[in-house]
Design a protein around this ligand. Structure first.
Ligand code: MN
Length: 489
């Protein structure tokens, strides 16, 4: 059975506290949603604002394969704005719980059914596809819910949806509810919220109970605790419910997730299923050893399935097998006693609460292997002039192969100026800075700054780290350490 996916990242997802997307950003997300195979894209709520209508119109005129919907209340004013945006369909949201009908709308059951019927009729008269979403359906009287749906069906509604607006269903009650509603002759959808962390589980149960369409948001963003997560649900259907499928290209899920994280600024928790930083990372020795022998031992799916790569993390739980692998990747070969020494040194560092990076591993390995590298470049001095009225300028004194050199540079900020002053020298040409990452180790303005950079020269890539109270010193130190490593061979 094929399950259709309605993605509401651009409507319910944008209702995430603190999230607001530009038209251009919405169009980029919609384009990717269409590419990845989402069946229906809820592009926004046309009544909201002029800017919102502009975004919806832009998305509607792209000629996407996906159906484009706007959210709408059952009011002709709202629906007229949807018509103006030239969408294919409306998501007509009709509250059905007593709480919403009497306290929010201050109306009666019979008036509500009339309102709903008229709105469906009005949409159909204007050639729109209509999905009728019963808001707060999970707290509604089931018989009343059924009569709202069957009335709407008489008026030509195309699909109906059960909204668990405050996320109070459980996998059992979700199955029960859908099981009672599956004798309508239109597709039935499920829209879940994650207030108790059950949105994905409830959505899977809804499918078992008869839902043939699901509402999701990318990364599960949305009001309060968010909506059903697109990636977790789609991959679960694919891997865990063999009798069901979707039209989603699963191997593009990670790219989709990263795009939305970047544009919304809502970052993903590291331990989030499928798309979290650690979802395919292994540190423990027992696990790493198993994974290297057969990845199925500790991975329920391959990272490639969702467009990712496996990662072995260096740390105190890492066994010698995984460590040896990592050292080989860094081009270092060690004997058994050296390997054990490196392993012990890593544990000492990790016990101090420090994240062990490749840079640390390299330093530890160098010490154990007694490889004493003479650094070709040494920083003697760096001086910065910066402020709100001057172009940030840096002068540096460095020693390269024993020769003292003075140089200066300007930049967009003091760090940029300092790096520019260094890298304009001949020895740095062909070296590209491909990553620059700053962390403040403690909270205050007196915090230590940890800078990690990645440098590339031809096909060789190294990372290096600088930790200082001063961000410029930390950056320059990391940069020069990285260049020295690149120039070592
Ligand atoms: Mn919602």
């Amino acid at each position: 059975m094929n399950i259709k996916v309605l993605d509401t990242t651009l409507r319910d997802g944008e209702q995430t506290p603190g999230v607001s997307l530009t038209s251009n950003e919405k169009l980029r997300i919609a384009t990717k949603l269409d590419e990845i195979g989402v069946d229906f894209i809820e592009a926004g709520s046309a009544i909201t604002s002029e800017g919102e209508r502009h975004s919806i119109k832009e998305i509607a005129k792209q000629g996407f394969t996906a159906e484009i919907l706007s959210f709408s209340r059952p009011l002709t004013g709202d629906i007229d704005y949807c018509i103006e945006c030239d969408v294919d369909a409306v998501n007509l949201v009709v509250p059905t719980s007593d709480l919403h009908i009497s306290d929010k709308l201050k109306t009666t059951h019979s008036e509500l059914i009339e309102l709903s019927n008229n709105a469906v009729q009005y949409c159909k008269d204007h050639g729109l596809t209509v999905e009728l979403s019963a808001e707060d359906a999970s707290r509604s009287n089931v018989d009343f819910l059924k009569s709202v749906y069957s009335n709407a069906i008489d008026y030509g509604v195309d699909r109906v949806c059960v909204c668990d607006t405050v996320g109070i269903l459980t996998p059992d009650s979700s199955f029960e509810l859908f099981n009672q509603l599956n004798d309508f002759n239109v597709p039935i959808a499920c829209h879940c919220h994650n207030d108790f962390g059950l949105a994905v589980a409830n959505t899977l149960s809804a499918i078992k109970g008869g839902a043939t369409e699901i509402h999701t948001t990318i990364n599960g963003i949305g009001e309060r605790a968010g909506n059903t997560s697109f990636e977790e649900t789609v991959v679960s259907i694919d891997r865990l419910l063999p009798e069901f499928s979707t039209n989603i290209k699963i191997n593009e899920i990670y790219d989709m997730s990263k795009l939305v994280a970047r544009l919304t600024g809502v970052y993903i928790q590291p331990n989030k299923a499928i798309v979290g930083e650690n979802a395919f990372a292994h540190e423990s020795g027992i696990h790493s050893d198993g994974i290297i022998k057969n990845s199925a031992t500790y991975e329920p799916m391959t990272p490639e399935l969702v467009g990712r790569k496996r990662k072995f993390v260096i740390g105190k739980h890492m066994g010698t097998h995984g460590l040896n692998n990592r050292l080989k990747e860094l081009g270092l070969s060690v004997d058994d006693s050296q390997l054990k020494q490196i392993c012990d040194d890593i544990k000492v560092l990790a016990d101090k609460g420090k994240t062990v990076t490749d840079v640390d591993l390299q330093v530890i390995a160098d010490n154990v292997l007694e490889i004493n590298h003479e650094d070709r470049i040494k920083l003697d001095e760096v001086t910065i002039v910066s402020g709100n009225k001057v172009m940030p300028t840096a002068s540096v004194k460095i020693t390269i192969d024993g020769e003292e050199i003075l140089n200066a540079g300007v930049g967009l900020g003091p760090v940029d100026a300092a790096i520019n002053a260094i890298k304009s020298l001949d020895i740095f040409k062909d070296i590209d800075l491909i990553e620059y990452h700053v962390d403040s180790i403690t909270g205050g303005t007196d915090a230590f700054i940890d800078v990690i950079i990645k440098l590339q020269k031809a096909d060789k890539v190294v990372s290096a780290r600088g930790t200082e109270a001063d961000i410029i010193n930390a950056s320059v130190k990391a940069y020069i350490a990285g260049v020295n490593r690149l120039l070592r061979d």
